[in-house]
Design a protein around this ligand. Structure first.
Ligand code: AMP
Ligand code: ZN
Length: 497
């Protein structure tokens, strides 16, 4: 048995992080149940349609958080569900099954559309450089475990049977609303315009754990259960999948802010009642991406997807850059103009990195100083816009290019903007565009613009004829266009600065 001091010595060093916790409404030091190890859970997509870029904002920010934690020295086990059953069109248990709606729209089976949109989701993630979680579990793959958990909740008296369905009894909890202190009436999600209230519920916010009776008789996916043939409610899948793959103590739970209530609230109710102890102390919620007319939606207005961005000629990573420029807890408005500004800034950043030369020694003191600054801003509630600014600060730093490139490579392990790769591509592109023209033994090399090559050549001829006024006029004209001329051994080369 090791004593405490020895155990401490065995621990790896991790950088301290401060993270806003929606469960306590405070920014707090990030702590884990097991030292240096994070059990992390993310609510995955409902695969009845393509993800819109609002959904993907949440996944980008969660990806940066995971990358930061790994970079700070933690081992991370990240688990995500795929909702392929049980999510109704209202987040309360009302309306139609989203999967069934999608299948009907496309004249396909539920499992066909689940597979198609799961693949589409991960293809989008790859384009946005979002890492696939360590465990990805579709809800339909774990039905026996859901049944076991629902049985456990019934045995412990936290659930009841009514009208053929099994419900969670929220009146059994001393504290149900974890994320907000709203009045119960404000959160009456069961009663929405055009949606019939479920009269089986004993309390307004009770929710379904297992359906056998529902308004839609044509439910495609059904399983045998002790309560009759049916299917699970939406919330039980996340509690159960996390319990199976993260264990009884989860460190960090993530999702978009709309998931806080009722979904995450219900997850906490189920998990803690079933386990009999506190479950997850830290909750990370990403604010929404909105359009000028409000919340982004898959059904109204332009359906903004990664494919649409690509069709319009945008690099998906420019969208990632756009998201990183804002703090994850602030709502972000998407407009094409805002995206264009992000594209210009991202391209400028890449061009500046491409101009660095990988030569010279690394200046360790400068490296440590700039890395420390980056860790400080990112460790302060994941301030990604300051993280991006830290890259620009490195470019302006009074240190050699090798140190700058090393730092940018490190920061990008967290930011995931593929900065070095893109800069290499830019260098190759510029080299391929290079033009060369030679006259009278004088060689002009440039970035592929014959008109500029010709002017540089005219400047040489003017100098040869001792017409210095004309030579200076041409140099000034080029300078005004942002072009710099450098004299070489057998002529001149020019570049845009
Ligand atoms: P869904 O596919 O509807 O289950 O949602 C997938 C994820 O996207 C969840 O974490 C949601 O909270 C999140 N989400 C939904 N709409 C938005 C939005 N407009 N902006 C950011 N995240 C969103
Ligand atoms: Zn969930």
């Amino acid at each position: 048995m090791r004593n405490g001091a020895e155990r401490l010595l065995l621990r790896k060093e991790v950088d301290i992080m401060y993270l806003y916790n929606s469960a306590t409404h405070k920014k707090e030091e990030f702590k884990t149940h097991t030292p240096n190890h994070v059990e992390m859970y993310t609510c995955g997509p409902t695969v009845y349609h393509f993800a819109h870029i609002g959904n993907l904002r949440s996944y980008i920010m969660e990806d940066v958080l995971e990358k930061y934690l790994r970079y700070a020295g933690y081992d991370v086990n990240r688990v995500m569900n795929i909702t392929d059953v049980g999510h109704l069109t209202s987040d309360a248990d009302e309306g139609e099954d989203k999967m069934l709606k999608g299948a009907r729209r496309e004249h396909k089976t539920v499992m066909e559309i689940a597979q198609f949109y799961t693949d589409a989701f991960f293809a989008d993630c790859e384009k946005l450089n979002i890492k696939t979680p360590d465990v990805v579990q579709p809800a339909t793959g774990l039905i026996p475990e859901f049944i076991q958990m629902v049985s456990g909740l019934l045995e412990k008296g936290y659930a009841y049977l009514a009208g053929g369905n099994v419900y969670f009894d929220t009146s059994k909890l001393s504290r149900y609303y974890v994320f907000n202190d709203h009045d119960e009436d404000d959160l009456a999600v069961g009663v929405r315009e055009g949606v019939e209230e479920d009269t089986n519920k004993r309390n307004k916010n009770d929710f379904v754990l297992w359906f056998t009776k529902s308004k839609f008789e044509d439910q495609a996916l059904k399983w045998d259960s002790p309560w009759g043939v049916g299917y699970p409610g939406w919330h039980i899948e996340c509690s159960c999948i996390s319990l199976k793959y993260n264990g009884e103590y989860l460190d960090l739970h993530c999702g978009g802010v709309d998931n806080a209530f009722p979904h995450h609230t219900n997850e906490i109710a189920q998990s803690e009642s079933y386990l009999g102890h506190p479950w997850c102390p830290q909750w990370f919620h990403v604010a929404h991406l909105n359009t000028n007319d409000g919340k982004m939606s898959k059904s109204k207005g332009e359906f903004l997807t990664v494919s649409l961005l690509e069709e319009k000629g945008y690099d998906p990573l420019a969208y990632r850059y756009f998201c990183l420029q804002s703090h994850y807890r602030k709502a972000l408005v998407f407009t094409w103009e805002n995206l264009d500004n992000a594209v210009a800034a991202y391209q400028k950043l890449i061009a500046r990195i491409a101009a660095l030369k990988p030569e010279g020694e690394i200046d360790q003191a400068a490296f440590d100083q700039y890395k420390g600054k980056f860790m400080q801003v990112m460790g302060n509630d994941l301030n990604t816009s300051m993280g991006v600014t830290a890259v620009f600060d490195v470019l302006k730093a009074k240190t050699g290019d090798a140190t700058k490139l090393a730092l940018i490579g490190e920061f990008d392990q967290v930011l995931g903007l593929e900065l070095l790769k893109k800069a290499d591509e830019k260098r190759t592109e510029l080299a391929a565009q290079q033009s060369t023209s030679t006259a009278c033994g004088y060689t002009v090399t440039g970035e592929g613009d014959p008109a500029v090559d010709a002017l540089v050549m005219q400047r040489y001829e003017a100098k040869k004829d001792r017409n210095f006024a004309e030579a200076d006029r041409i140099r000034d004209e080029l300078k005004a266009q942002g072009i710099e001329i450098v004299d070489t051994k057998d002529g001149a080369s020019w570049r845009r600065v």
